[in-house]
Design a protein around this ligand. Structure first.
Ligand SMILES: Cc1cn([C@H]2C[C@H](O)[C@@H](COP(=O)(O)OP(=O)(O)O[C@H]3O[C@H](C)C(=O)[C@H](O)[C@H]3O)O2)c(=O)[nH]c1=O
Length: 181
């Protein structure tokens, strides 16, 4: 397993060691001891999520206030353009976005600390995204940042009009968004 920093300090890119043979491949998708050795972090995950999305779907940008979730995200089918935005009040990178391709082929994972909005665009025909969270989903604490707010400066590689939920279409621009204390 290799850990590399991303454009935003604290957001980490994880490249697992993949063992391939004539049958296929095997890799440890999470190892608490190894993760702690390499990052100094011991996130306590309480929830595993799995979503499947069609081509050109955008999900997000979601975050929680009061019970912010850290997330360990990977893709098991297809590929996504994954996006994080720093929503931590007082952060020197507040409002800064980071993007990365996560795919079933590259096996990359993203560690997103609590306090970040997260979302993605599906760039393959279909994509399955699985991720662990360090706190429970809480609808009343969930906030939606407008995914295509020009102030975020995110160059989404959309294929025409993306498929976006009503909730996400009603997202809040960064200038009006609630920060995470
Ligand atoms: C997030 C969540 C949702 N739900 C239910 C609520 C809805 O009935 C249904 C779909 O929820 P939603 O449209 O919010 O799903 P996504 O748009 O994939 O939300 C996720 O989008 C971005 C990518 C994230 O990083 C978040 O983890 C998460 O907010 O699942 C649950 O029962 N538990 C949950 O933890």
């Amino acid at each position: 397993m290799k850990i590399s920093p991303s454009a935003i300090p604290d957001v980490l890119v994880i490249e697992p060691q993949v063992f391939r043979d004539e049958r296929g491949f095997f890799y440890e998708s999470f190892n608490e001891r190894r993760f702690a050795e390499l990052t100094g972090l011991r996130p306590q995950f309480v929830q595993d999520n799995h979503s499947k999305s069609l081509h050109n779907v955008v999900r997000g940008l979601h975050y929680q206030v009061g019970c912010a979730q850290g997330k360990l995200v990977r893709v098991t089918t297809g590929a996504i353009f994954d996006v994080v935005v720093d929503m931590r009040r007082g952060s020197p990178t507040f409002g800064r976005s980071g993007t990365i391709e996560l795919s079933a082929d590259n096996h990359l994972q993203l560690w997103i600390p609590p306090g970040f909005a997260h979302g993605f665009l599906v760039t393959s025909d279909v994509a399955e995204c699985v991720y662990k969270t360090t706190d429970y989903w809480s609808p009343q604490h969930e906030r939606t940042l407008l995914w295509n707010d020009p102030a975020l400066g995110i160059d989404w590689p959309v294929d025409g009009e993306p498929i976006v939920s009503a909730k996400d279409k009603a997202g809040v621009p960064l200038a009006q968004a609630e920060a995470v204390a």
